[in-house]
Unconditional design. Structure first.
Length: 135
């Protein structure tokens, strides 16, 4: 075999090994972060560690929304299980009972302590300002 062929084979072998190592490292790094949110059923089935920050998603249970100043208490349901949520701050305008939401925070003594609330809407949503303009 010529020197050029040996060099090409080494470069190809090194590239294949580097690709396998990079793929493995990326896979291990993303194994817990790939899921966008957990449902109440998933949270109750496998309770996360007390320090673990994650996203909890589902529907705001009708009749569960209680406001006291900037503190908001409600329950998120996936139709099977329910998790109580406490949030201190201003919630989005689209946040209301019977609508989808995603909360970021920690589970503490069975209550989800949220640090951020996102309201979900469908693709036909239009801000009130644009709807009034007839757009």
């Amino acid at each position: 075999m010529s020197l050029k062929k040996k060099r090409r084979i080494r470069i190809i072998a090194f590239s294949v090994v580097a690709l396998i190592v990079a793929t493995t490292v990326i896979g291990f790094g993303l194994r817990n972060g790939i899921q966008f949110f957990k449902t109440p059923t998933e949270v109750l089935a496998k309770s996360p560690a007390g320090h673990e920050v994650f996203r909890l998603g589902g529907m705001v249970e009708v009749g569960s929304l209680k406001r006291s100043g900037t503190q908001v208490n409600f329950r998120i349901s996936d139709g099977i299980n329910v998790v109580p949520v406490t949030y201190d701050g201003i919630v989005p305008n689209l946040f209301k009972e019977g609508e989808g939401t995603i909360a970021t925070g920690k589970l503490v003594d069975g209550t989800f302590m949220a640090t951020e609330i996102l309201a979900k809407h469908d693709e036909s949503y239009m801000p009130a300002e644009l709807a009034e303009m007839g757009l």
